[in-house]
Design a binder for this molecule. Structure first.
Ligand code: CP
Length: 316
């Protein structure tokens, strides 16, 4: 098992071996986070820039903390305080950051393809932290890391992704990751947000919540991506919640060991009720904690770090 990539741009192009390499490396870094001294020198002398042109809580902060734990210098680019506001282009901004010796650029941008665009002309490594409705690779990695940690495997699991699939980069990355690793994926939500064409990715599409959750080992809830919708995709939030929101009654209809995941931010009372979000079967905050180890692994590997000795089957 090896990793030979300089960038992390998507999940679609990764193999099961590469995904497993990140998970196994992240497991090692999770151990580092449990020590008294949580810092290692792996990226000492390297400069990492968080170039977030869209808002973020979890991804930006965990990338910053991951870089610091690897002993890198970290710069958080602030759109509001930058020359972006004076009309400077993304290309010029990135080239100026590289001229200041940035080794890794972590970018979140509203336009699909922005990280791929930067990777074509920068010598620095590029990490996609979410590009439009295209992909969010590290979210999918932390999601499958959490599934493997909680349920011991990924291959053969029944995973239901519930909500706004059409506008979700999280859904696209997770679908690729789960299909590469041999899981069974069901997509569920209103027909306007879950087009039948997703079946071509090897997913089952269901518009009936009870049917979609009955056999699930994992139910992953997504919020409505209002910021990317250009028209109303369903009559009201109240109706959405009634038909597709997960309440405690619906949690009780799932298999007794089924777990609840959510990438955040949650809209409580819409796609998820508070009792479900805070129930023992919710692993939502574990996902956030695991994001730190996964992002340490990604930064370490794209900087040329070696994958630790693999002990698990590539489809485990
Ligand atoms: N899950 C996720 O990407 O959260 P943030 O937008 O807060 O980074």
């Amino acid at each position: 098992m090896s990793w030979n990539r300089r960038h992390l741009l998507d999940i679609q192009s990764l193999s099961a071996d590469e995904l497993t390499a990140v998970l196994d490396t992240a497991e090692t870094f999770k151990g580092v986070g449990q020590r008294d001294i949580k810092k290692v020198p792996a990226l000492r002398g390297k400069t990492i820039v968080n170039l977030f042109i869209e808002p973020s809580t979890r991804t930006r902060i965990s990338f910053e903390l991951a870089a610091k734990r690897l002993s890198a210098d970290v710069i958080n680019f602030s759109t509001e305080a930058s020359s972006f506001r004076k009309g400077e282009t993304l290309k010029d901004t990135a080239q100026n950051l590289e001229a200041l010796n940035a080794d890794i650029l972590i970018i979140r941008h509203r336009s699909a393809g922005a990280p791929h665009f930067l990777s074509r002309f920068l010598d620095a490594s590029v990490v996609n932290a979410g590009d439009g409705a295209h992909e969010h690779p590290t979210q999918a990695l932390l999601d499958i890391f959490t599934m493997r940690e909680k349920l011991g495997r990924i291959a053969g699991l029944n995973v239901t992704i519930l909500g706004d699939i059409l506008f979700s980069r999280v859904a696209r990355s997770l679908i690729w990751a789960l299909k590469h690793m041999g899981a069974n994926v069901t997509l569920c939500g209103p027909p306007t947000l879950v087009p039948k064409r997703f079946e071509s990715l090897g997913c089952r599409v269901s518009y009936d919540l009870e049917d979609a959750i009955a056999d699930a080992d994992i139910v992953n809830l997504l919020r409505i991506q209002h910021e990317r919708q250009r028209q109303t995709m369903f009559p009201s939030l109240g109706e959405y919640s009634k038909l597709f929101g997960v309440s405690i009654d619906r949690l009780n209809q799932m298999k007794p060991k089924a777990i609840i995941m959510h990438p955040g931010p949650m809209n409580r009372g819409v796609e998820i009720d508070t009792e479900v979000a805070e129930s023992e079967r919710s692993v939502i905050l574990d996902q956030v904690s695991n994001g730190l180890a996964v992002r340490m692994a990604v930064l370490y590997l794209i900087n040329g770090g070696a994958v630790p000795n693999a002990s698990k089957d590539s489809n485990a």
